[in-house]
Design a protein around this ligand. Structure first.
Ligand code: SF4
Length: 444
């Protein structure tokens, strides 16, 4: 009998990195040189921020059907449009409807579904567990600091769509990440001796200026009990040029790394690649630079329908990340936030994909598949639910060290359930009874 490593999926494809001038297929960029494309300033200047720009840049490659659909999608989404030329030109515009990158960053009206009845703007209850503005303190030794509310791209699946990016037609947003909050945040951390781990996120930490990155990093490193700093940025995946050509920003990052090392502390970068289509030779170059600077990078993918919810895609992603010295750390079941119902998967899909990925690479490169519990229970391994009613898509969880005594619920997308279950969800009385029954199974 053939062993699993002889299977077709292990085809060494993960060692190949796209190395062509793919951006030249975009009409507006057909004369852009490799040097220009590799320049972070060029990427920023040419970032696509409106529907008008999409039309102008793509010209005849944008079909009327997709144009109309996109315009409609932009009216429905809670996220503003923002996409780097790097990602924009990796989209297969001849099959935009099915492209895994288009699905993550550019909404099509026809693909939207009604939000789940129990979706939440702040699904992870980050605002509830916030002792001072822009800081979340949930786990005893870790805090999450959000010093900025903008990103190089806006992802449709964003868990912080309530605050990230500007207001849209359908959604008014309050600007966060005001620098005025920083002293309060630093003061809070200084006074909390238990805090050893700080995540600097947002928004996206790559949008901090080099001096802001330095100020935050050095202030935190100077606090004795802070031992680990994680810099959360999606830029490695969607804007690798940042790490290749923004020397001032890299100097600030490397400076922090050196200071941390001299103090016996750790600095890491956390990023999120969700599709192997995001990976090219530019990703490898960015990772080579970070690796040479001794900065560990970990990945947090989000499981999304039509993007990566099949075993072979997730196996390829996992192996290719590992090959670039990027640790596949987490795969998140999609949060229950607005505007994403079409992207969410069932818990069962996550369990099956986890099973398929496990064993295809070394254990330390096996991502932990987690569900970040709605209501603030924190991240739990997907198989650690207390009860799962698969027929009705209801799972019940506990988080004894985060919120003792509480139960949390995660719901599969209704459109993926049987017709009978969909009918039960449509009736409010039956729906409430299903919830009560599921809770009772755990509490009795
Ligand atoms: S980069 Fe992160 S914070 Fe920014 S839109 Fe994407 S998921 Fe949200």
């Amino acid at each position: 009998m053939k062993k699993s490593f002889d299977r077709e999926i292990i085809d060494y494809g993960h060692r190949k990195f796209r190395d062509d001038e793919f951006w030249k297929e975009i009409p507006a960029w057909k004369n852009v040189t490799e040097a220009e494309f590799g320049d972070h300033m060029w990427q920023q200047k040419n970032t696509v921020r409106s529907f008008e720009q999409v039309k102008e840049i793509l010209g005849s490659r944008l079909t009327d059907r997709v144009a109309k659909d996109l315009e409609e999608g932009l009216r429905k989404t809670p996220m503003n449009i923002r996409i780097t030329p790097y990602v924009f030109s990796l989209i297969n515009w001849e099959d935009a409807e099915n492209d895994p990158l288009r699905k993550q960053f550019l909404p099509l009206g026809t693909q939207f579904l009604e939000d789940h009845p129990f979706y939440m703007e702040d699904s992870l209850a980050e605002d509830t567990d916030s002792p001072v503005p822009t800081l979340t303190h949930r786990y005893p030794d870790k805090v999450l600091f959000l010093p900025v509310s903008v990103c190089p791209v806006y992802c449709l699946y964003c868990t912080r769509s309530r605050m990230v990016g500007g207001s849209t037609e359908g959604r008014e947003k309050t600007v966060r990440g005001n620098k005025e909050n920083w002293p309060q945040v630093f003061e809070y951390i200084k006074n909390k001796d238990q805090v050893e781990d700080v995540v600097i996120s947002g928004g996206d930490a790559s949008m901090l200026s080099p001096s802001q990155l330095k100020e935050i990093g050095e202030t935190l490193l100077d606090i004795d009990h802070v031992r680990r700093i994680r810099i959360a940025t999606k830029a490695v995946s969607i804007f690798p040029q940042k790490f290749i050509s923004d020397e001032k920003w890299m100097d600030a990052l490397i400076g922090l790394k050196q200071k941390a090392k001299s103090l016996g502390k750790m600095i890491m970068v956390h990023t999120h690649f969700s599709s192997p289509n995001e990976i090219t030779i530019w990703s490898k170059r960015a990772m080579d630079r970070l690796f040479a600077a001794d900065i560990p990078v970990r990945n947090q993918a989000v499981l999304q329908t039509g993007v990566n919810n099949d075993p072979n895609t997730m196996i390829r992603l996992t192996r290719q990340l590992g090959y670039m010295n990027l640790q596949p750390y987490y795969v998140f079941v999609h949060d229950m936030v607005p505007g994403c119902e079409h992207l969410r998967t069932t818990l069962r899909e996550a369990l099956e994909i986890e099973k398929a990925v496990r064993g295809t690479t070394g254990g330390y490169h096996m991502p932990t598949f987690v569900c970040d519990l709605p209501g603030g229970g924190g991240k739990r391994h997907i198989a650690s639910f207390e009860y799962y009613d698969e027929e009705n898509g209801i799972s019940v969880w506990k988080a004894p060290n985060v919120k003792p005594g509480e139960v949390f619920m995660y719901f599969d997308p209704i459109w993926k359930l049987s017709k009978e279950a969909q009918k039960r969800w449509a009736d409010e009385t039956t729906r409430n009874q299903m919830l009560e029954d599921a809770k009772k199974k755990v509490l009795s």
